[in-house]
Design a protein around this ligand. Structure first.
Ligand code: TGC
Ligand code: FAD
Length: 387
């Protein structure tokens, strides 16, 4: 009997088109050749590998699903496979591409004026301009409708005051998509790096996503011209719409992390001996490995189905919440279990499981915590908002 691929027991590969496999193979080669050799050092040094941006851009990964403006126009499944492969390397790479594509370029593409699109999108697709997305504030990210950052019109300009916290790519961004309360409701502002009164401070000493840049942003009477306001974004639904895009990527990415951990622990338990036999000869170890394969396989099927629905224009936000919750929980549990199965070695950065485990502690929190997504599903089932 033929043997199955341990990282794809249900042969999800067979559900992919030739184009989808080509995209996956291309990013897989990039991650193997350029990311894996340096990522441990980046994590230890608390450094985002900015030197990879030109190649990420040349592969067409920035603004990957957008049409025109030098973007690749990929399907949702292709984009998902991109995120899966990047996160197999490290969540920091997926985070960077996800923020640039879904949270900075997407709102400009969807809510921006033609002049804003022409100015920013081609440069962002080429990786020559970096973007970030500022929604969360320090007093609480789960309830963004309660934001304090505000903007007031002053002639042809807006005066922006407030702050944002935990902003991926915040300190390397040329343009920040900032969501602020106005007299009419929440609006999106394109705040440029050099605007007087705008400051970004890198958040140091993170134990998670150490290879990612995360910043606090401050706005002290920043004068933003009216032509930098996103004309078609009004209300909380605009940033939440962007989050839908990014959360689909997060349903895919952690599959890559979980596969990396399982791959590592399969090799370790094959060669590590205890009580006179390799670990993988014991029932408990096999049971744990089998459970990982079960959970990865169901997450893969879920992700493919979710993206096919999106490509058909049939995806509902609650379905995205269910998938983000399920797939991140899957990867966090698997990374923690792999860390344990590696014994003491598992606490060393020589093995990737602890890095993925620590990263997953951010992924389960950002883009809506696990609890928020559970409550979204609860609301769908009961009709009652229990936030
Ligand atoms: P609620 O009253 O339910 O809704 C307000 C308006 O928004 C609409 N809406 C949505 N629209 C699009 N997509 C969705 N998923 C939507 N959910 C709701 C809704 O229809 C309504 O529209 P309208 O026209 O009637 O005004 O809002 P609520 O205040 O009760 O909050 C709902 C809740 C809790 C689900 C929402 O606030 C939420 O998702 N909270 C979590 C916040 C979050 O995810 N923040 C992420 C920040 S960005 C980030 O983490 C990036 S990490 C990036 C990386 O490094 O990869
Ligand atoms: P809180 O909202 O204060 O929640 C604290 C706890 O309370 C959580 O366990 C939560 O689930 C729980 N809770 C909240 N409400 C309820 C309720 N009603 N019922 C029960 N429990 C509840 N944000 C951006 O805008 N842009 C970014 O680029 C970005 N990047 C990030 C990068 C990293 C590495 C991290 C860690 C975060 C990032 N975030 C970003 C912020 C992220 O979106 C928020 O951390 C997240 O939304 C949760 O907000 P909070 O941390 O303020 O937690």
């Amino acid at each position: 009997m033929r043997s199955l691929d341990a990282l794809d027991l249900l042969d999800v590969q067979s559900l992919l088109s030739d184009e989808e496999r080509l995209v996956q193979d291309t990013v897989q080669r990039f991650v193997n050749g350029k990311v894996l050799p340096i990522i441990r050092e980046c994590f230890e040094e608390h450094r985002f590998p900015e030197e990879l941006i030109p190649e990420i851009a040349s592969l067409g990964l920035l603004g990957n699903t957008l049409e025109g403006y030098e973007c690749a126009g990929l399907s949702s499944v292709c984009a998902g496979l991109v995120y899966q492969e990047l996160e197999r390397g490290d969540s920091a790479l997926r985070s960077f591409v996800s923020v640039q594509s879904s949270l900075a370029m997407y709102p400009i593409f969807t809510f921006g004026s033609e002049a804003q699109k022409e100015r920013w999108l081609p440069a962002m697709a080429r990786g020559e301009a970096i973007g970030c997305f500022g929604l969360t504030e320090s007093h609480g990210g789960s309830d963004p409708g309660n934001m304090k950052t505000h903007a007031k019109q002053d002639g042809d300009d807006w005066i922006l005051n407030g702050s944002k916290m935990w902003i991926t790519s915040g300190s390397i961004a040329d343009v920040a998509v900032i969501w602020a309360m106005t007299g009419d409701g929440i609006r999106g502002f394109l705040v440029e790096r050099e605007m007087p009164g705008f400051a970004a401070t890198e958040i140091e000493n993170k134990f998670s996503l150490r290879a990612s840049s995360t910043a606090a942003l401050f706005f002290d009477n920043v004068r933003v011209p009216n032509h930098n306001v996103l004309p078609d974004a009004l209300g909380l639904s605009a940033p939440l719409n962007c989050l839908n895009q990014a959360r689909i990527g997060i349903a895919w990415g952690p599959i890559g992390s979980a596969q990396a951990c399982l791959h590592e622990v399969l090799e370790f338990t094959r060669t590590r001996e205890a009580f006179g036999r390799p670990l993988n000869h014991t029932q408990t170890i096999q049971l744990r490995l089998a459970d990982m394969a079960r959970r990865i396989s169901t997450a893969q099927l879920l992700a493919v189905h979710l993206s096919r629905l999106q490509d058909q224009g049939k995806l509902h936000p609650t379905q995205i919440s269910l998938a983000k919750w399920n797939n991140v929980r899957m990867a966090l549990d698997i990374a923690r279990d792999c860390r344990d199965m590696l014994g003491a070695s598992g606490i060393s950065a020589e093995y990737c499981s602890i890095r993925h485990m620590l990263n997953m502690e951010s992924i389960i929190t950002y883009e809506g915590t696990e609890t928020i997504h559970q409550l979204v599903v609860g609301k769908e089932l009961t009709g009652i908002s229990a936030f």
